[in-house]
Design a protein around this ligand. Structure first.
Ligand SMILES: Cc1cc2nc3c(=O)[nH]c(=O)nc-3n(C[C@H](O)[C@H](O)[C@H](O)COP(=O)(O)OP(=O)(O)OC[C@H]3O[C@@H](n4cnc5c(N)ncnc54)[C@H](O)[C@@H]3O)c2cc1C
Length: 407
């Protein structure tokens, strides 16, 4: 690949998802010249998760962005409800969280990413190049000293003190750097489709008992995620008939609407659960799904990606202003974030079977019964889902007075 120009930055972040944009904004606010490369022109991909957890809302508040966030159309979920065998049960309760807001906010992820991109555009040290793909690290010996990229104007190079791979679970940069994640599980897929709804109609967020439906209320329609065992979807008439029958058993009220779906209306999203052993090389750090692909169970992947970004900015911003971080300094990010990630991945793994299992009897499983009998347990699950383990506080930035727009 022939480069036709060379850019420089203190840090180049490949990937403008939750992890990459959050890190870009935090580093730029902390005085680190940061370039974010995003391969798409906009953030309008269909589904990358729509849940912004109380701890992420706290981070937005620390950054002075919470009011702007809350002004976006969103729906608050103060409790996670599950309909199981026709009964409505509480899975998690956020009302006692030690956070400013005590609800998960649902909003399309592109609105959240646009908010971060807007916040970045107000920072003189933040640049976002859209339609620009990070291709591979540039190395000198064993050291990564930048990244080769391709944008609308052709190929170019970015030289930087640090390259951050925040380009998701199929990370190009990670692969080109020879970093291979360990697979933890891949036992499920998700079928993704919309159903029309009456404006006042409500449905429980989770409906289980014969496979699982996650129902996201988008106001004018329901966005449905139907969890199925990995590799079992056949995109043909038989597959569609079987899917309609499962969904109708789970939610009889949806039978007519799901019957009207065609094959083109249903998208298959594959789920993987994996993690890198080492998140860095000299000059390169992977965060978010590039370091640990998350499953949708519990809807926590975005939150973890954001927590990684905060921990990275806290640990590395003061260093990046001055020089390249050492290997030991890079390793600090994994040391801080690996345990919370591993615990949540373990919980996600444990949830896969119950999410997929057909109801064997009308009897409610023991853990669900315990949650109904002992309400304090719902606050424990609320804490795990809403805040996670070892929540990060934003230390590396403050909104800067007089920051100019670079748009
Ligand atoms: C089916 C499914 C449903 C999910 N639902 C939820 C949910 O409801 N809530 C939740 O919290 N989590 C959910 N998750 C997990 C969540 O999507 C991820 O954990 C989260 O998006 C990770 O954020 P990230 O920034 O690390 O990566 P991503 O969100 O994957 O962002 C990576 C970004 O990098 C860009 N990119 C990729 N390659 C390149 C390249 N070479 N150069 C430049 N840019 C590049 C991509 O376009 C993208 O914008 C779900 C996951 C799956 C599979």
């Amino acid at each position: 690949m022939n480069a036709n120009r060379t850019e420089t930055a203190d840090c180049v972040v490949v990937g403008g998802g939750p992890a990459g944009l959050m890190l870009g904004v935090l580093l730029a606010r902390a005085g680190v010249d940061t370039l974010v490369l995003e391969k798409h022109a906009d953030f309008l991909r269909d589904f990358r998760g729509d849940t912004i957890h109380p701890s992420t809302q706290d981070a937005l508040a620390d950054m002075g962005l919470l009011d702007e966030f809350l002004a976006l159309p969103h729906a608050d979920l103060p409790r996670v409800m599950l309909r199981y065998g026709g009964r409505d049960l509480v899975l998690a309760d956020f009302s006692r969280l030690p956070t400013r807001r005590k609800a998960i906010a649902f909003l399309p992820q592109w609105d959240f990413l646009d908010l971060l991109a807007r916040a970045g555009s107000r920072e003189p040290r933040f640049r976002l190049l859209r339609r620009t793909r990070g291709v591979e690290p540039i190395t000198e010996g064993e050291r990564v000293v930048g990244v080769r990229a391709e944008g609308p104007g052709g190929a170019f190079e970015v030289r930087a003190r640090l390259v951050v791979a925040a380009d998701g679970r199929d990370s190009d940069v990670r692969a080109a750097a020879g970093m291979v994640p360990r697979r933890i599980a891949s036992a499920m897929d998700v079928l993704w489709f919309r159903l029309p709804k009456d404006p006042r109609e409500t449905q429980p967020f989770v409906q289980a008992g014969d496979g699982t439906l996650i129902v996201i209320d988008r106001g004018e329609f329901f966005q449905i995620a139907h969890v199925i065992p990995a590799g079992t979807w056949t995109a043909d008439a038989d597959g569609l008939v079987a899917m309609r029958a499962r969904v109708s058993r789970l939610s009889p009220a949806m039978e007519e609407r799901v019957g009207a779906l065609g094959l083109d209306d249903v998208k298959l999203l594959t789920v993987r659960l994996e993690r890198l052993r080492r998140w860095h090389r000299d000059g390169l750090l992977a965060i978010g799904d590039a370091a640990h692909a998350m499953s949708p169970a519990g809807g926590v992947g975005i939150n973890l990606a954001i927590q990684d970004a905060i921990a990275t900015a806290n640990a590395l911003a003061p260093i990046l202003r001055e020089r390249r971080p050492s290997m030991r300094e890079l390793a600090r990010v994994r040391r801080r974030r690996e345990l919370p990630t591993a615990i949540i991945q373990r919980v996600q793994h444990a949830l896969q079977d119950p999410l997929l299992a057909p109801a064997r009897s009308s009897r409610i499983p023991l853990p669900l019964r315990a949650l109904q009998r002992l309400p304090f347990l719902r606050h424990v699950t609320g804490r795990i889902v809403g805040v996670g383990i070892r929540p990060e506080r934003v230390r590396s930035n403050q909104p800067r007075r007089g920051a100019r727009s670079t748009k």
